[in-house]
Design a protein around this ligand. Structure first.
Ligand SMILES: [Ca+2]
Ligand SMILES: [Ca+2]
Length: 219
């Protein structure tokens, strides 16, 4: 009985999470760098001789709309950017803790910002993974008030952007850097980062608590 109700609780949580995704983003070929003096890893959009960043920010739900960030967008837009800054702490060679923030900027300077908290994982062979959560994810209508998140290469959305106010979510990242796990400073590592933004924790937490309470009662 315990097993059944635990599965049920997990199912309730998964259903709530699926139904609730507000927006997603993904960027490949960010320029990843690490400063061993400050302990900060940064992944920033780039257009350099060897690679250039592309990606998108998508509003989920009818109608789905995508802000396009095509190859080389940083050279075409005065504002568009994607910046992730994550500190590397408690590095034991296999894992490290990571906390920081991110800013994704649209074609006219509006931003989606949030905090990041998670864990770095040494995957061997130089593979470095980051798994984390986001909090405080918010749309900031900078400059002229246009209430619209605009892709530098077209597309965008003006869905109630007030929905992006102190949201939460999940974030993953990957880059490959042969050698010791954050053993010294490095730069120019092609990095990819993806995130899924969920609605404010209130409704999710309520479902989670009721699911867990159900599981506890049936024990
Ligand atoms: Ca604006
Ligand atoms: Ca805008």
């Amino acid at each position: 009985m315990k097993k059944v109700s635990t599965v049920l609780a997990a199912g309730l949580l998964a259903t709530a999470a699926n139904a609730g995704v507000v927006a997603t983003y993904g960027f490949t070929d960010l320029a990843g760098s690490y400063d061993s003096a400050t302990g900060i890893f940064r992944a920033v959009a780039t257009d350099n001789a060897n690679y250039a960043t592309s990606g998108d920010v998508t509003k989920i739900g009818a109608p789905t709309a995508t802000a396009e960030y095509a190859f080389g967008f940083t050279s075409r837009s005065g504002f568009a950017n994607a910046v992730f800054e994550i500190a590397v702490t408690m590095n034991n060679g296999l894992t490290a803790m990571g906390s920081g923030s991110f800013t994704i900027t649209d074609d006219d300077g509006d931003t989606i910002t949030g905090l990041i908290s998670g864990m770095w994982i040494n995957g061997g062979s130089g593979y470095v993974y980051f798994n984390g959560s986001m909090s405080g994810v918010t749309f900031n209508d900078n400059g002229a008030a246009d209430s619209s998140f605009d892709g530098p290469d077209g597309g965008g959305f003006s869905f109630p952007l007030t929905q992006l106010n102190n949201e939460v979510g999940a974030i993953v990242g990957l880059f490959i850097k042969p050698g010791t796990f954050f053993g010294g400073s490095f730069r120019d590592r092609p990095t990819q980062i993806d995130g899924q933004i969920l609605p404010t924790p209130g409704s999710l937490a309520l479902v989670g608590i009721s699911g867990l309470a159900l599981a506890r009662r049936r024990r």
